[in-house]
Design a protein around this ligand. Sequence first.
Ligand SMILES: Cc1ncc(COP(=O)(O)O)c(C=O)c1O
Length: 365
Amino acid sequence: MNDQLWQLPPVNKLTTLEQTLTQPSPLELFTPDWPGAEDVTIYVKRDDKIHPVVSGNKWRKLKQFIYGYAEQYLDGAEGSTNAEGSLHAEGSSCTAKSSVRLISFGGGFSNHLHALGYVCHTLGIPLSAIIRGDYSATPTPMISDLTLWNVDIEYVDRITYKKRDSAEYLNTLKERFSPAIIIPEGGSQEQAIAGVAELVSEITEALATNHNTEFDTIIAPVASGATMGGIVSALTPNQHAIGIGVLKGQDYLESLVNQFLPADLLAKEILTKELAAKAPASNEEENKANSNWHINHEYHCGGYAKAPPYLKAFCENFNNAMPFKIEPVYSGKVFFALKDMLKKGTFKSGSKIIVLHTGGLQGAR
Ligand SMILES: Cc1ncc(COP(=O)(O)O)c(C=O)c1O
């Protein structure tokens, strides 16, 4: 990662931040010498290249929200920086140093808090990070970065952290930090869906322009379900998304994705399930064909952030041999799954497969 970019001084415009992002992210041909890979074409959507910090699915999920926030609270942000680093707009009483605080949640290695911390620091937005566990004696590299970016950090125990979606707890936080807006853990909220959906249009356009083709299958990791929800919302009926569950969550992860699907897609999903219950499919393949997405639960490798030796070895070998890096929490499990599925002959010969690299490499520091 490019450490210099992390040291960027605060800038006064969202557009300046946007100029540092690689958008659209590259779509790269991936040709591993893995058994089964010779029968298909694989492309990797390199969202990890969007930005050294705001990488992967982070900008996708935050973009719409930050634009809305900027419009409402950072209006008139163009101007000069004063001695304290707050920005006074010329000919306007607005300041870019907003008083409306953001509050969000994550673990000690959270990619979301890291990206949000950087965005807030860059745009002059106050942020409170509620972190699961007490790292005050041994801050992780992620937490050290947050400190560097003046993020207000509050460590809470696991029981308090579990309340992160409870209205009562969130109201207490909002009152304490008033005026404040809550961003859910992982940045997974309704606005995230439209931001994620853009990656599907980028892929479609790049394939049409550069390869005169379309894709059949897209593979992505699933944790909170928002990334998968955004992808599914943008697929055409002949395309299929395979989610790789990165935690143990049969049915639970599906329900998370469902909650992010637009109403028409959700209604279709429910109808499909009802029909399937009346006339059960004779095999799993048929079941999958009924919907244009499903989650594979075979590759959580023991649970969230669990990295058994075989997964660590896979990531290490991959990072030594391939042109880009993966980490064990998200992308490692996805590429591990891809290799195994290719070996098992999961994909039809001639399939065009997209693997979404959602970034997250900072978490492996
Ligand atoms: C790097 C990375 N990839 C994938 C995911 C999973 O995405 P989602 O939570 O939207 O399912 C996350 C978590 O947000 C993440 O940090």
